[in-house]
Design a protein around this ligand. Structure first.
Ligand code: ZN
Ligand code: ZN
Length: 409
């Protein structure tokens, strides 16, 4: 396993964040996973990194804070915390997020405190978020197991066994086998994604129509100069990076007011420390007008009403049902993995790169082109084995994009 851990750390640093000589790397990581952050730091320094700067987190302390801190704490974000993020971002530092947390760590905490904290951080971190959403600096997200998470994914397994199984599932998902060829496999994977991205971009679709037996019947219109992307992104300084590892999706942004119908989630969603399950939305002219969930409905409704844009959509992503993640037949209870197992949508903010020239546009210009703006961005899965997606071109042709859950292109 040692070899695999090192290969994974190297992959995240050299290919994900793609650290450059004399560039700063900011790593955010749970304290429980410090050993892995150290492996990443070693890999970064070996690649010529100027300095590794740490931002530690802790699940348990986050929970304690929501439960017991003074009430006013949730309405403000200290200036130094904002500066920490924006200063490094402006400098063009690379950012690596190492995730790994109990999917239900915040279950039962005061919803109002969470909503206020999200709004306060949304307002304070606006500049940083917009820089991230427009690829102003290179960033990457990876994850490693912690026992509470592993036990949720493999209930009934002893802790050691659950941890080992989750490690294997993660390493399989990111194509790390310990043979040192992960970088090569990622190169081939990105090439495969690019072929489909080019096909989708050539079609210049006007809309997509989703139908499946769960009850989804949804029409999504796309902005006139939308761009499909996926795999790697390019930062303002011209550095290629891979924001999510794994990534199997090809995505673009919908027209903010252009979605109508009903959409059913096909998998549970781990939303900010709580599981939301068996849910669907009714959408009219882009806006979520009804939220229904058998589990976690209050949590889901709170998230879709965080701000005006939270009840509109920001992302349309295509993932074949036969993806290497889905084929493991696992529910990860972690969006980084689960979103790569199925077609998904996201309500909230759209990525600037989803429109031609978008990375150089202001948020106002992006809005004028029909892209949504919000302090949140939540991916949820809608893909099933029987999902069909039919595209309609601007000259009125119908094109099968997905048939029986897989690409028809
Ligand atoms: Zn996505
Ligand atoms: Zn997303």
């Amino acid at each position: 396993m040692e070899k695999k851990f090192e290969e994974y750390a190297r992959l995240l640093v050299e290919v994900g964040a793609n650290i450059q000589k004399d560039q700063t790397l900011v790593i955010s990581c749970p304290v429980d996973c410090a050993w892995f952050a150290r492996l990443c730091a070693k890999a970064a320094y070996a690649a010529g990194c100027r300095e590794v700067v740490m931002s530690w987190g802790d699940d348990q302390l986050a929970r304690e804070k929501y439960l017991h801190a003074a009430d006013g704490v949730f309405d403000t974000v200290p200036e130094w915390r904002v500066r920490f993020n924006t200063d490094y971002a402006r400098e063009g530092a690379a950012v690596l997020h190492i995730g790994g947390s109990d999917p239900e760590i915040l279950k039962g905490v005061d919803q109002d405190r969470m909503v206020r904290a999200a709004r306060a951080s949304g307002a304070a971190m606006k500049e940083y978020r917009q820089m991230q959403m427009s690829n102003a600096f290179p960033w990457a997200i990876g994850a490693i197991p912690v026992p509470s998470w592993a036990k949720k994914v493999f209930p009934g397994c002893p802790e050691d066994e659950a941890m080992e199984k989750l490690w294997n599932a993660i390493l399989t998902s990111v194509r790390v086998t310990g043979d040192g060829r992960a970088v090569q496999r990622w190169k081939e994977h990105l090439d495969t994604l690019q072929v489909r991205i080019d096909k989708l971009n050539d079609l210049r679709l006007e809309s997509l129509h989703y139908v499946n037996a769960l009850g989804t019947d949804l029409t999504i219109r796309l902005p006139e100069d939308h761009v499909w992307g996926g795999g790697d992104g390019v930062s303002r300084a011209g550095i290629h990076f891979i924001a999510n590892m794994p990534t199997e999706e090809i995505f673009t942004a919908p027209l903010k007011n252009g979605i109508d119908g009903v959409v059913y989630a096909s998998m549970p969603l781990c939303l900010k420390g709580e599981v939301v399950d068996k849910f669907h939305f009714v959408i009219r002219e882009g806006k979520i007008v009804e939220v229904h969930a058998e589990t976690g409905e209050e949590k889901l409704r709170a998230e879709t009403t965080l701000d005006e844009g939270a009840s509109y959509f920001g992302e349309v992503a295509l993932v074949p049902y036969d993806s290497p993640i889905r084929n493991q037949e696992l529910l990860f209870y972690n969006t980084l993995f689960d979103e790569n197992a199925a077609c998904h949508l996201a309500f909230g903010e759209a990525y600037a790169e989803c429109i031609k020239g978008g990375e150089d546009m202001s948020r106002e210009e992006l809005k004028a082109r029909g892209l949504n703006d919000s302090i949140t961005h939540v991916d949820f899965m809608v893909g099933t084995a029987d999902l069909s997606i039919t595209g309609r071109t601007r000259d009125g042709r119908e094109v099968p994009v997905f048939v029986n859950g897989n690409f028809a292109l």
